[in-house]
Ligand binder design. Structure first.
Ligand code: DC
Length: 231
């Protein structure tokens, strides 16, 4: 994948980069923890471009499914990552539940992760900096990030949020099935040998259970301002 292409692609909807200093904010957390929404709020507040790195893994998962291949097939996953069409990041089909499952499977493969790593780092290095959200941003992609957040929420609440999101898109799936799939995905993402989901030792924990998004965002801003020494 061409990192410049990714950068240019995301620039279209990103705010203009600040000249200096570069600031990188890493936002990690499990499925449906609210990290994506929070990252967009953080990007808007601090004038930073935002990269949803899960969308890249989802795009690879979708490419494998579109090819009629099995996401657990190493060669098919590696080939899809190597040939990734970045326009797929904005394809609404990547948000489907089955694509999220496929993304979690391809993301466990070292060859896929290696292929996608440099593009994520190049995005983070952009002038002014960036917010990246994912699973391994603070631990692998940007271990030197200025601020690291680990966003989580109770399983029941994450399941309810994801269920409402899927229902809103017309996907018919039960709440129990969504909860079971989230649990399976958490386990796969956290237990894989390469770049597992985990809170970095220097990351700040933000539990969004029971918090409206405004309150969760306010707490994220307070953490960031405190780390940066801003009033
Ligand atoms: O954040 P998401 O649910 O859209 O991510 C989809 C999958 O991609 C997730 O189950 C694990 C994988 N992923 C990853 O392994 N590393 C990242 N930095 C982001 C996502």
């Amino acid at each position: 994948m061409d990192a410049c292409v990714l950068d240019a692609h995301r620039m279209t909807s990103a705010p203009p980069p600040r000249k200096s200093p570069r600031m990188i904010i890493a936002v990690d957390g499990p499925t449906a923890s609210g990290k994506g929404t929070l990252s967009r709020r953080i990007g808007a507040r601090y004038g930073l471009a935002v990269l949803d790195t899960g969308a890249i893994y989802r795009a690879v998962g979708l490419a494998v499914l579109d090819a009629g291949a099995d996401p657990s097939d190493d060669a098919a996953a590696a080939a899809a990552a190597a040939a990734l069409d970045l326009a797929a990041i904005d394809d609404v089909r990547i948000r489907a539940d089955r694509v999220g499952q496929a993304a979690s499977i391809v993301a466990a493969k070292p060859a896929v992760r290696a292929r996608l790593l440099e593009a994520q780092r190049a995005f983070a290095r952009r002038p002014g900096g960036a917010v990246l959200d994912g699973r391994d941003i603070a631990t692998v992609v940007c271990p030197d990030a200025d601020v690291k957040l680990f966003v989580t929420a109770a399983l029941a609440e994450r399941a309810a949020r994801r269920h409402a999101e899927l229902a809103g898109r017309g996907e018919s799936v039960t709440l129990a099935d969504v909860a079971a799939q989230i649990e399976a995905r958490d386990a796969r993402d956290a237990n894989r040998p390469v770049a597992p989901l985990r809170q970095a030792p220097d990351a700040h924990l933000l539990d969004t259970t029971g918090l409206p998004i405004e309150e969760a965002a306010a707490r994220a801003f307070a953490i960031i301002d405190a780390v940066l020494g801003r009033p």
